[in-house]
Design a protein around this ligand. Structure first.
Ligand code: FES
Length: 293
């Protein structure tokens, strides 16, 4: 028996936006019945280019239904550009987490969204195609998909990879290949981690500092804001001053300044430099194209 959060249970027992949109602007279909999970995601845009309606049909377990349902809720009101930035981690975070063995459902949601956006951008002409070389024949997973789940979710074992994209979960014949991909990527990550622990008294170069600020915002701040319909964008770094703009719900939020001072600034001081401080770029934050409706 899996341990599900209340939010997963809610979206499983009361799934939102089930069905089809007859004149959808974007349609994405991923997975297959043979592999046990399949998802069809559709969206319709309004005149300003925001997603006004999203619907899904899925064949799968409770997690597949809950992730598909919550995904339609997440993307409603977003521009295509913002929707394209939604990650599988965002979907899982929005649900308050998923059992590790079910994380592949969040990956399937992200893939369906990407397929639907691709379908929209190519005027409905292009159907989603797997990129890369197929490594796992049992589940039709490519090397590029495996690399991506490893990088985006910080995975380090074959079992992790199986949990996130099913590769390796059938006959097991591809496990050696998955192991090789992990061996190639994990040392790269270790190198990046080394950069993100500045030794006291060691001065970062400007480029290192900007990279570290961006990485810290992406990993430590954005997931929490996105879970509440907001976002943050790094505008500039001038010495220890970091200029950011809040997006989506955060642009209207009265507690944004509190968020900025207490969360963003604290994270930057912890991970980059104890003297970092944050200022908001109000002008940029009010740009209408970035605002979530
Ligand atoms: S080829 Fe990957 S599990 Fe069978």
């Amino acid at each position: 028996m899996w341990e599900y959060t209340d939010k997963v249970r809610d979206h499983f027992f009361n799934p939102r936006n089930v069905g089809e949109i007859d004149d959808a602007d974007g349609v994405g279909e991923v997975g297959s019945l043979a592999c046990g999970d399949a998802l069809k995601l559709m969206f319709k845009l309004d005149e300003s280019g925001r997603i006004k309606d999203a619907k899904f049909k899925t064949f799968g377990c409770a997690s597949a239904i809950a992730t598909s349902s919550v995904l339609t809720e997440i993307i409603k009101g977003m521009t295509i550009e913002d929707a394209a930035k939604v990650t599988n981690k965002d979907i899982a975070d929005y649900l308050g987490g998923l059992p590790e063995q079910k994380m592949h459902c969040s990956v399937m949601g992200r893939e369906a969204l990407e397929a639907a956006i691709e379908n929209y951008r190519t005027g409905g002409k292009k159907k989603h195609q797997l990129e890369g070389k197929v490594v796992c024949n049992c589940f039709g997973v490519t090397d590029l998909e495996i690399e991506r789940v490893i990088r985006e979710n910080g995975l380090s074992t074959v079992d992790d990879v199986t949990n996130y994209c099913k590769a390796g979960g059938g006959c097991g014949g591809c496990k050696g290949e998955i192991e090789k991909i992990i061996e190639r990527i994990v040392p790269e990550r270790a190198g990046a981690a080394a950069v993100r622990k500045p030794v006291k008294g060691h001065r970062l170069t400007n480029i290192q500092k900007i990279q570290l600020v961006q990485q810290t915002i992406n990993e430590q701040v954005r997931p929490a804001l996105k879970a509440h319909g907001g976002d943050i964008e790094l505008i500039d770094v001038e010495g220890n001053k970091v200029i950011v703009a809040f997006r989506g719900m955060c642009a209207q939020c009265l507690t944004a300044e509190f968020t900025m001072k207490d969360v963003v600034e604290a994270r930057l001081r912890e991970f980059v430099d104890e003297e970092m401080f944050v200022e908001e770029d109000k002008e940029s934050a009010n740009e209408p194209h970035e605002h979530k409706g």
